[in-house]
Ligand binder design. Sequence first.
Ligand code: SF4
Length: 341
Amino acid sequence: MDMFVPRRALFERDALYYPIGKHIYHKMHELGVETSFVGSHNRVTGIPGKTAQEAYFEGKRTLVVGIRRTLDFQTCKPSAHYQLPLVTSCIGECEYCYLNTTLGKKPYIRVYVNIDDILSRAKEYINNRKPETTIFEGSATSDPLPVEPYSGLLKESIEFFGREEFGRFRFVTKFTNVDSLLNVEHKGHTTFRFSINSESVIRKFEHRTPALDERINASVKVASAGYPMGFIIGPIFYYPEWRKEYVQMLESLAQQLSGKLSTPPAFELITHRFTKKAKKNILEVFPKTQLPLDEEERRFKYGQFGYGKYIYPKEQMAEMKSFFQEKIRESFPDSKILYFV
Ligand code: SF4
């Protein structure tokens, strides 16, 4: 995939006092991207969008550069203790993406320039929990990799955690521009995860993201750089060829990674689910979606915060669970499955 070039870039004026902000500003000018200023990265005007579709696609082509002012980090259970706020949203256009329901109608990509403040705050959180280890998640509200060539935020964070005895970092991506992160002193403190899926799921639902073989190639580079690694397989769909295609995916992953991993990978398995609200949003933006969104075919599960989700029925869940447990054990005998939901 080519490097992401936004259609417009909007800056908070003060962001230009920071080296990252200045760098992105010059880069945008070099690339001929239209730039302008906004009062706050939270109240962004100037993105077109009369219809839900236009709002979504224009949002996904807009870069907003600002300063993170709230330095209280959100918790991030169960995979980490805290979210590390670096970037929100992402250039991908996955039809099922949960960010479509949480980021509003115009899911513009926001980058924070005050990385020193953010990492000093992380250090306070780490110190407060010492000698326990504190884990930070860098992709709770984004896929941070596509904007890495402009921001360098992951690189700085990985270096920071490399120096922290009691801090660990993890993030996940579907993207493949990993080269700038390969020679970073990570000291094994950052877990680099890739989100993968069967080829047909990627083709049908994960628009503007790299193909499976490109993701696998990127994961081989990352493994060769000695990072601890993980794979999120999700959302897992139950469709006529699911067994065949997921076996192909796992086999090709195992084959390419053979001999490259320094530690066994960890797998996170997430079956497809949706809420009523998500379904409504998806149908507005992708009216012709082929996502399976028929409530009748699902089991309703009451959620923690009063909203329920539609998950696969018990028998299908059990079938998928034992299938993945078995196939992952065959392809990656030493690996761990962290969860299946
Ligand atoms: S790549 Fe990830 S964050 Fe981006 S749209 Fe797809 S699912 Fe959402």
